[in-house]
Structures are given as C-alpha cells and as structure tokens.
Design a protein around this ligand. Structure first.
Ligand SMILES: [Zn+2]
Length: 314
C-alpha cells in the first residue's frame, strides 16, 4: 500500500466520524434543514470513484505490469476493472479503465447493502459509502483497497490440455501450476532484484498467489529435486523428459525425489521461503542445453493456458 493512499484513507475515516448525523438524514430530505445537511453530505462525499476513472490507451511495448506501475496500482486492480486483460496481456490500442487507487468493482446482490459488502471486504461501511459518492442504492460500487482475484475453480487437466493444439507453446501439453490463473507480479528477464536491490536476471515468472494456494505439476514427470534451494527457498524441480519445471518459495513440499507425478497433481503450497518479499509462486520452464538446464520465458505458455482457463470461465 502506498503511504499517500494510507493517509487519504485515514483522512476520510476521520472526516467520516464527524458528519454521521447529517448522513443519516440524506435518505429523506424533507425539511430545509435536512436539505442543507444533504448538500453538506454530498460535498463531503464528492464524486463516486467509478465516475473518476482515467482511460489509458495501450502503446507499443507496454505491458500490463508496466501500466499498473505507472499509475502506482496493482496489476490485479487493472485485471479486475478490465476483464479483457485478465489473461495478463494487453494489445496495442486497447483502452483500459484506470481507477485513482487500488480496489475492485462489486455488483450488489439483491439483499446486500453497504454494511454487508464492507464486512465482506473488511473495510468500514462509511468509507465505502463515501467512496461511492454517498449514493443510496448504486448497482455497482468501488471497494477501495480490496484486491481482485479470479474465482477459484477446481483444477481440470482437460482445460489445460487445450494448449496442446498450438505448436508455438513451449510445452506441447501442460497445465497451469496453480488451481486458477493469478496476476503476474514479476516477469522473466532483467530486473532490479526486490530483495538484494542488485540488477540481475529473473529466470522465471512470479505468480501472485495467496499463501497456502495449492501448487500443481504443470506436466507429468519425475521429481528431480525437492528440498531447500537457498534463495529459492523450498524448491521442487520436475523432469518431464524434454523440459523441466521449477517451483520455488514454497511453504510446504508434498513430494520427494524420484517420485512420479501426474499432471495437475498437488506438489506443495505457495509460501514465501528463501529470498522472497511475500507469498508467490516462482515458476520456471527449462530446456536442456550444453551447460545443463536453460530457463526460458514461461509467459507465452502461461498466457495461453490462463487464457484457455478464462475462456472456460465465461
Ligand atoms: Zn521469481
């Protein structure tokens, strides 16, 4: 969370303590005194956040993560507001809705109100009310600070194997290493290491899955390594014959060296062990080379699989 956002939320929270009696009368502005109270409440509330979205037109060379960073937002926030980028990739010319702060949109169900939705996301009902312009019965609200994530679905290898008809994917068959697609929090390639602050090569992709999420074998194979891998923390390496996969920073490992693994089998759970700044799965795809395994960029493979899974959800 950015400090600026923390402060503004704090200010809103404090401000919201004061006008509560005025807010209580907004629904029935019958007397002149009530009307002025209603006006006052409106001024305090301001524009609903959903009426305050910026449009961003995707330019050549931009990635979803870079656009999110540019606006100091989480990638997941952009995915939540723009369903067309939930596979993690953007197209040049595409227009994205950018909110002024992290959060997600929520559609009220019949029996729901500000209180129940605030409770669901563990925020204050009055903060939610004011962020949405103090509207009495909006259909859709913006929930500040909440992190969007896809609905979990049971893992189905049949969905994942749809990737196999594309000859450009690195692995001819395979599954996503988690039960559902999640935002990429750090891509493959050169970067400033978030822990060591040293310019270094990131040989895999970081998938921002919450702590305890099951980690699944992307493809059937044999466990090459299962144990402590220094900076990788708890690490599993699977050998699939012509390719290998690596799963790092695990909280727990459920397999042992030499074991045969089926595709989609749970091999561990997401954690933050080793050199890691928070729970995520570091996932690598490797191919043999003269010097041993060579890590490739897993994003074309993951985007395709995640895309196939999202198609299935629609
Ligand atoms: Zn990583």
């Amino acid at each position: 969370m950015k400090p600026a956002w923390k402060i503004s939320l704090f200010v809103i929270a404090i401000a919201s303590l004061l006008p509560l009696p005025a807010l209580a009368t907004v629904s029935k502005p019958t007397t002149p005194a009530d009307e002025s109270n209603a006006k006052e409440a409106e001024e305090l509330c301001g524009k609903p956040t959903l009426d305050d979205l910026t449009q961003h037109k995707v330019k050549q060379g931009e990635t979803l993560e870079a656009i999110a960073k540019q606006y100091n937002l989480k990638t997941a926030t952009l995915m939540g507001l723009n369903p067309e980028v939930r596979n993690g990739s953007v197209n040049v010319g595409q227009t994205l809705s950018i909110p002024p702060l992290d959060g997600l949109t929520y559609r009220f169900k019949n029996e729901e109100n500000y209180t129940t939705v605030a409770k669901k996301y563990n925020i204050r009902a009055d903060v939610l009310f004011e962020r949405n312009g103090c509207q009495q019965k909006p259909k859709v609200v913006f929930v500040p600070g909440a992190i969007w994530k896809p609905d979990p679905i049971p893992f189905n290898p049949a969905i994942a194997s749809r990737g196999s008809d594309n000859p450009t994917v690195i692995m001819q068959t395979g599954g996503y290493p988690l039960p559902y697609p999640v935002p990429v929090t750090s891509g493959y390639g050169w970067r400033i290491n978030p822990v060591t602050a040293i310019w270094s090569f990131h040989s895999g992709i970081d998938l921002g899955a919450p702590f305890g999420t099951p980690v699944l074998a992307a493809k059937a194979g044999q466990v090459d390594f299962a144990g402590w891998g220094d900076g990788y923390g708890n690490l599993i390496e699977l050998d699939h014959g012509s390719t290998g996969t690596r799963y790092a920073h695990l909280e727990a490992i459920y397999v042992s060296q030499g074991q045969q693994i089926a595709q989609g089998q749970q091999i561990g759970i997401v954690g933050s062990t080793g050199r890691s700044t928070g729970p995520h799965l570091h996932f690598e795809i490797m191919v043999p080379s003269g010097d041993g395994w060579l890590a490739l960029d897993p994003s074309p493979y993951l985007n395709r699989i995640a895309g196939a899974m999202s198609d299935f959800l629609l």
